[in-house]
Design a protein. Structure first.
Length: 309
């Protein structure tokens, strides 16, 4: 009996959309590497062999996507790290989802109903950015409270100056030459930055797949991530192409443009509605033989506008 052929992942444009791992996740899945990475980012001195418990979430978001890295360090710190090649100011909201799911998996279901308070592992929220778009700062601080909607005038009593929910994300720029002291403290991170920088460099003058293969050959020849690149050569190209899914990026930008257009249209409609309401009120006042100056003062219309009604 013939064995069934394995199905190949469907492609969207040039990118395999069913890959869930990224090169970053694959590279930093080794506990010893994670200890070194944690020390580099946090400025700590955890020794080799420190206990690492991987807590990366599966299917934390729709369409099979999940966070890049989540791990428990020495049983005390829960560290969530995202690697990004595009700027995203909504990371506090995403991290809020990640940490809620992570805590649910770390603790028993009935812990929250105990009378005595139980201890939560302290969280650290980190983004490592090395995209092509310029990020002028070495470190950016993103806060969940900055995403909250403004208080409405009628909510004055609720605006007590206190933040009822906060979450802080540190975004480190690890492009070539940025955060040098941090990058050099973790050899794997340093070599990863070199590899991605080569991909960016070659991607300016050649197709993406060709740029990735060229960067891989260069790094292997120069003993940069050599063992890792040789071991995973076949799957890494597809992973990186998936990460650089230009079609998806364009769709997001189209959607953002549509949203901006809708907001402008709604604001224009709101202004026109208010103007119509003022004219309607002015007509009613004029019909009652009110003074045009008084009508102008009440409605905000000009006297000329009122005389033309």
């Amino acid at each position: 009996m013939n064995a069934k052929k394995a199905r190949k992942p469907k492609r969207k444009g040039r990118a395999y959309t069913q890959y869930k791992d990224t090169i970053f996740t694959l590279l930093f899945s080794d506990p010893e590497v994670l200890v070194a990475l944690s020390n580099a980012i946090l400025g700590t001195n955890y020794p080799p062999g420190t206990k690492i418990e991987i807590r990366t979430l599966k299917n934390a978001l729709v369409k099979g996507r999940y966070n890049d890295l989540a791990f428990l360090l020495d049983g005390r710190l829960i560290i969530l790290i995202e690697h990004q090649s595009t700027v995203n100011d909504n990371m506090p909201y995403r991290m809020l989802q990640y940490i809620a799911e992570t805590y649910k998996k770390l603790h028993k279901r009935n812990d929250e109903y105990r009378e005595k308070m139980f201890a939560l592992q302290r969280p650290k929220f980190i983004v490592l950015y090395n995209g092509v778009k310029e990020m002028p700062e070495d470190v950016r601080i993103l806060r969940l409270s900055d995403m909250f909607a403004e208080y409405a005038p009628e909510d004055k009593a609720a605006n007590d100056g206190l933040v009822d929910l906060e979450l802080t994300v540190k975004v480190y720029n690890i492009n070539n030459g940025r955060n040098k002291n941090m990058v050099k403290c973790c050899e794997t991170l340093r070599e990863y930055c070199i590899f991605i920088d080569r991909v960016h460099e070659y991607g300016q003058t050649m197709p993406l797949e060709e740029a990735i293969r060229k960067a891989m050959e260069d790094c292997i020849n120069q003993n940069v991530l050599k063992e890792f690149l040789e071991k995973h050569r076949g799957e890494l190209v597809n992973m990186l192409i998936s990460e650089y899914d230009w079609d998806l990026a364009l769709e997001v930008r189209k959607e953002e443009g549509w949203e901006e257009g809708m907001e402008r249209g709604m604001e224009k409609g709101r202004q026109e509605g208010m103007a119509n309401e003022r004219r309607k009120n002015a007509r009613a006042m004029k019909a009652e033989s009110m003074n045009p100056d008084t009508i102008a003062r009440i409605t905000g219309l000009t006297v000329d506008d009122i005389l033309r009604l």
